[in-house]
Design a protein around this ligand. Structure first.
Ligand code: GLV
Ligand code: MN
Ligand code: MN
Length: 422
């Protein structure tokens, strides 16, 4: 933190911290993180937190056909909206900041803009604070679902028909929490989002604001390893078609693939694995898993995918299994509009907040939004870079500085300062 203006003692900062704390206890886990998977009771409670506070701050709320919640402030009837937000859903044992910080910050940026707008001097664009549905993609894959539908990348019928492990569809789950809305949401003129970094670069360099200029490319695959069920005691080893052995070799192959490239330019993991029938004395007949590969270099990603496919053919033969691989989600190494990064830099300079350009390695709804409208993506530091973990933490000073920063950015976007940015 480098400025005296953005301390946690201002009334704005205290109001933000009070509201953020009231959000942080929704879906709280015993380890003091949160579990608010999409369209669960805890997600519904977080959405109620959002709509009731938004109403208190003078916004009208509406829910679109994929459960995105918009809190609208209409200064100029008929004008498009600057959207600002993030997501309230979480991974199963998650931290309190991922996504939630960005929604709370957006609500407070909106509240502050509403309070400071003088009649007769309304901005060019209206304002919508948004809670995107199912950014995490853990209960229902793929991730970034609400913004994918909003930006036309995922057909709504397809999204609504996706099932969780119990066979509940997105439509049924949204209906059950009373959040299956209608319509396509407000028309966007621009988008802004703030998020914790989920990495260590800002903390390591003592910088308060990250100006996100590009995202790492990502490729995610749904994989099924097919074997044959057998008795773990009696089946002859040479006869076995052990799906879990094949899956385990795949997990190791992914790590070896990352290590085949020097300089840590490739990140790989299996994050989810379901074993069937998952019973003590049974050689598994099937394993479903999800592979995730990311790099800042699309050539590295392509070379890694080639290595992976060669390795998969080897595993099929070595483990006596067959492996089906389907790409489930991917995005390219895309820049955010440079004019948006410049605008954010000017805002940080004005507020005397230290800043640096950064990549995002994680996915965000802004990755979708930047493809349809001028977009600004901001980071605040994450202590030790910890994320998707109950110990995720960002200092109050940094969180409050981020709200000040977002308020300034959104004010400028509402004035049309990023119009025409490519
Ligand atoms: C988030 O959605 C991610 O895949 O990083
Ligand atoms: Mn997030
Ligand atoms: Mn996340």
């Amino acid at each position: 933190m480098s400025t005296a203006e953005s301390t946690t003692t201002t009334a704005d900062a205290q109001a933000f911290l009070r509201d953020f704390r009231s959000l942080s206890v929704i879906g709280e886990t015993p380890g003091h993180g949160v579990d608010r998977q999409a369209a669960t009771a805890a997600d519904a409670q977080a959405r109620a937190w959002f709509t009731s506070l938004a109403a208190q701050y003078g916004f009208r709320t509406e829910v679109d056909r994929t459960g995105n919640v918009f809190a609208l402030l209409e200064w100029t009837p008929g004008a498009p909206y600057v959207l600002v937000g993030s997501h309230l859903d979480s991974q199963p044992t998650a931290g309190k900041y991922d996504g939630a910080y960005g929604v709370a910050a957006a609500l407070h940026a909106g509240r502050r803009l509403a309070e400071s707008t003088v009649p007769g001097e309304e901005p060019k664009y209206n304002l919508a604070v948004v809670d995107w549905f199912n950014e995490e993609g853990c209960r229902f894959a793929p991730s970034m679902m609400g913004s994918s539908v909003y930006t036309g990348k995922l057909p709504v019928e397809e999204a609504l028909a996706i099932q969780d492990k119990q066979g509940t569809t997105v439509a049924q789950a949204l209906e059950a929490i009373g959040h299956l809305g209608t319509g396509t949401g407000p028309t966007a003129a621009a988008y802004a989002e703030i998020h914790i970094e989920q990495g260590r670069s800002l903390e390591d360099t003592g910088i308060t604001i990250g100006l996100v200029h590009s995202c790492w490319a990502a490729a995610k695959y749904s994989v099924t390893v097919h074997g044959e069920q057998a008795h773990t005691g009696s089946a002859v080893i040479a006869d076995r078609k052990d799906a879990l052995l094949g899956a385990s070799m795949l997990v190791v192959l992914l790590r070896e693939t990352a290590q085949a490239f020097s300089g840590a330019v490739l990140h790989t993991s299996v994050g989810q694995l379901d074993v069937y029938p998952n019973s003590p004395v049974v050689v598994p007949s099937r394993v479903d898993l999800v592979m995730d590969l990311r790099s800042a270099d699309e050539e590295v990603l392509a070379a890694a995918q080639k290595l992976l496919h060669e390795g998969i053919t080897r595993i099929e033969s070595d483990a006596n299994v067959t492996i089906d691989v389907q790409q489930s989600h991917a995005w390219g190494l895309n820049p955010y509009q440079p004019a948006g990064v410049d605008l954010a830099r000017e805002c940080a300079d004005k507020l005397e907040l230290s800043h640096a350009p950064v990549f995002t390695l994680a996915g965000h709804d802004s990755i979708n939004m930047k493809d349809i409208v001028p977009t600004v993506m901001l980071f605040v530091p994450s202590v030790d870079g910890i994320s998707h973990n109950e110990r995720e933490f960002t200092h109050d000073d940094d969180a409050c500085a981020g709200v000040d920063m977002l308020t300034e950015v959104v004010a400028r976007l509402c004035r049309g300062e990023l119009d025409g940015a490519k």
